[in-house]
Design a protein around this ligand. Structure first.
Ligand code: IPE
Ligand code: IPE
Ligand code: MG
Length: 245
């Protein structure tokens, strides 16, 4: 293998941004942008399956997004609820295992029921692990992990002196413990917006100008092509990395 060529990323994360601006560009209300986004979520999942990517984590709704207008939040919640169940056959066909990650305590009971139904229906699937982040933030996840860790310390299941990064990681949410290899963000924004801040520590970042409702499989392929040209050194020198391949 050439030093500059990476194999495919194991874990791809996507900040699906730009729905509102896409709608504005077309003189539609913001909510039409969220509706238009769904077909691209489907094609991104199918693409990840075609490419044998192991984990795909999609940022659908951040904790900070509760601050949006009530009507927009309500539409988003309805869409999540509807789409998760509607897409069960697609997930089954593609052997996709769904995990919704985030704080479930503030979600309405009907949405919660649909999440559980979709997760249950796909739980034995062995292909792509699809994480959908709803009411999620990276800081929230770290606080959650810290609470679990403190409980483990109090009950003598964990020794403070032995605590390491590897040990802490085990207290993060199960299905997103694997480090992210490639982060894609659409819409031209150059920030992480409180996504998986722990797991992104050594991720390759790919920013794309297109709004999410315009992001196609071809654009996803471009991101993978770009990723494969990156040199991932993880702190080492080129020569050291070359010696390992
Ligand atoms: C991303 O698109 C979807 C969510 C955050 C739920 P936006 O709604 O943020 O779109 P812009 O950034 O306003 O264009
Ligand atoms: C981040 O997008 C969250 C999602 C895409 C779900 P935002 O559009 O909310 O992020 P900021 O506020 O522009 O950073
Ligand atoms: Mg946005």
């Amino acid at each position: 293998m050439n030093i500059s060529s990476q194999s495919l990323p194991k874990h791809v994360a996507v900040i699906m941004d730009g729905n509102g601006r896409w709608a504005k560009k077309h003189f539609f209300p913001r909510t039409s942008g969220h509706k238009a986004a769904i077909k691209n979520v489907r094609s991104a999942i199918e693409f990840a399956v075609e490419k044998n990517i192991e984990i795909l984590t999609l940022f659908a709704f951040g904790r900070e997004n509760w601050q949006r207008p009530k009507q927009e939040v309500a539409t988003l919640m309805e869409l999540f609820s509807e789409v998760l169940v509607k897409e069960i056959p697609m997930m089954q066909e593609n052997n996709v295992k769904l995990c919704v990650v985030g704080d479930r305590s503030r979600l309405a009971s009907d949405i919660l029921a649909n999440i559980l139904q979709a997760e249950h229906a796909t739980k034995l699937n062995t292909g792509l692990i699809l994480n959908v982040a709803i009411d999620y933030s990276g800081q929230w996840e770290i606080v959650l992990a810290t609470k679990k860790l403190l409980k483990a310390i109090i009950s003598n299941q964990c020794d403070v002196e032995q605590l390491s990064e590897e040990c802490f990681e085990k207290f993060l949410i199960d299905s997103i413990q694997t480090p992210v290899d490639l982060l894609i963000r659409t819409s031209g924004e150059l920030r992480i917006s409180n996504f998986m801040i722990w797991q992104l520590s050594y991720a390759e970042l790919y920013f794309c100008q297109k709004y999410w409702p315009d992001f196609t499989k071809k654009d996803f392929q471009r991101a993978l092509d770009d990723y494969q040209l990156r040199k991932r050194r993880f702190g080492k020198t080129d020569e050291q990395v070359k010696g390992e391949t």
